[in-house]
Design a protein around this ligand. Structure first.
Ligand code: SAM
Length: 162
């Protein structure tokens, strides 16, 4: 995913990084000149880590970290929307994540937040239900490019939607 972001370029772009975790992809986009990055996650620990990392890299003026379940707290529109979401169901404390529900919500809603000429990137892996995600991607009606990289005995599939 990092390679794809760099290949497409983030210079001057407004970017949404959903499921930012510690903010790695948001940092890459910001370091490569993004105008603004909104980095969201549902997990408060990730929000804290992403904020800390943005600050440590001197990029708090570019990266806005927002705690949000999917698009719940997202506003505005973006030139690039990145989704590196959980591949499997997960639950901790009072948070329960259904991976299929999340991908489904992401791919239904993301096109509504995309600027004209923008790109949506979503990544999955061969151990996940790739067929399910492919069907969601196809249902968006956008043009789809599928890029596969083999690493750690796993195929990593990035869907690029424009
Ligand atoms: C596979 S990790 C990706 C982390 C990071 N983007 C990276 O590339 O290293 C998935 C992230 O999605 C977040 N997440 C899970 N459910 C979410 C939801 N409903 N809304 C937003 N983020 C969510 C998790 O907390 C986790 O940080």
């Amino acid at each position: 995913m990092a390679k794809r972001i760099q290949a497409l370029g983030s210079n001057g772009k407004i970017i949404l990084d959903m499921g930012t975790g510690p903010g790695t992809l948001a940092l890459i986009a910001a370091k490569k000149g993004a105008k603004r990055v909104v980095a969201t996650d549902i997990d408060p620990a990730c929000i804290e880590a992403a904020n800390r990392n943005a600050k440590e890299h001197g990029l708090s003026n570019v990266i806005e970290v927002v705690q949000s379940d999917g698009f719940e707290k997202v506003s505005g529109s973006f030139d690039m929307i990145i989704g590196n979401l959980p591949f499997r169901d997960k639950g901790w404390e009072n948070i329960v994540i259904s991976a299929k529900d999340l991908y489904s919500r992401f791919l239904t809603e993301a096109p509504n937040y995309l600027n004209k000429g923008g790109t949506i990137l979503i990544v999955t892996a061969s151990f996940a239900d790739v067929g399910f995600i492919r069907s969601l991607v196809d249902n968006t009606g956008l043009t789809v490019k599928e890029l596969v990289e083999h690493k750690f005995h796993t195929d990593w599939i990035v869907f690029q939607l424009t």
